[in-house]
Design a protein around this ligand. Sequence first.
Ligand SMILES: Nc1ncnc2c1ncn2[C@@H]1O[C@H](COP(=O)(O)OP(=O)(O)OP(=O)(O)O)[C@@H](O)[C@H]1O
Ligand SMILES: [Mn+2]
Length: 353
Amino acid sequence: MTNLERFHARISQHELYSADDPVVERVLKDLATQRIVHVSQKDGGTQIKLVIDYPRNVQALFKPMRFPREQQTLPNHFYFTDFERHTAEIAAFHLDRLLGFRRAMPVTGRVLNMTTELYELAEGELLKTFFVSPSNNLCFHGKCSYYCDTAHAICGNPDTIEGSFAAFLPTKEVAVRKVWRHPWRRSYHKRRKAQWEQDSDYCSLVRDIPPYDQGRRLLDLMDMAVFDFLMGNMDRHHYETFRVFGNDTFPLHLDHGRGFGRPFHDELSILAPVLQCCLIRQSTLATLLRFHNGPRRLSDLMRESMAVDPVAPVLWEPHLTALDRRVKIVLQAVRDCLAKEDNVDAVVQNDLT
Ligand SMILES: Nc1ncnc2c1ncn2[C@@H]1O[C@H](COP(=O)(O)OP(=O)(O)OP(=O)(O)O)[C@@H](O)[C@H]1O
Ligand SMILES: [Mn+2]
């Protein structure tokens, strides 16, 4: 049995892995060091992603590096035109784990030889998109709906490139997933707003609709909002759950390539679920208070957690500073709710009964 198979076998109704499971580090190590035997394009999704095959049916989802760590979201880009960042995928896994959620698949960085580990292992449509640039670097662009053309090619230096490798979820044959529309989804249109942006009472609508009317799901959305606010991810349009576990299960934290783009800006609208519902899970609040009161700040814990990654330092320092600043902002939002609601139990909750 491979480490990834072992990881899959231990996924529970409540979390992807348990806090002390050594298999997580083993999966990360495998993805970072095992021989790659085949690469192909992942279909579906808007930007280029490769499926990486290792021996014994182990697979990873690869997102390539496009820009240096200091590059911020381009000022005239929307959240839905922002380029994906491989470092955001890596950092989001560490952040999810430090928050105690354990709802994100393990992700590691890895430096690749593009010639031997991509070009020579690709075929078909993907292979046809490889070329050598005027400065003699090896490049490819793949086929997809956003940024898959010569002008937006992914280039090595001269044929070395780094990327993120996310452990593959169990296949559909093993575990079918259900896709849910996020109630606080943005409009994905440059001139239109979503209903939640115009209706301050939007949360009371959501609270009445299954699966948000009972159990853990509404609190899971609050967790997701905190997680996304901390990293600045505005791209949470859908989420997925494992169908076998029914409704009383955790939402997977997938697709964080657009996080960590604007370290000097705190996007409060990402926190809208928490602000509009005035709700937070008790254990999540306790975790944020621990980051705030110390002894270890979130930035220090993130720096330490990511230090062992093959492409460390994963994040530009301003992103770590932003994390500590945003923890304070979430805590202040909770304080404001408590002052307004005068009932602590309405704001700070465990699963709804
Ligand atoms: N670790 C993983 N293993 C297997 N499949 C995954 C994994 N992470 C994401 N996926 C699947 O791959 C698809 C695309 O991934 P992702 O959301 O990262 O790409 P995207 O281009 O941002 O897609 P979209 O444009 O729809 O947001 C998703 O439908 C998701 O179900
Ligand atoms: Mn996406």
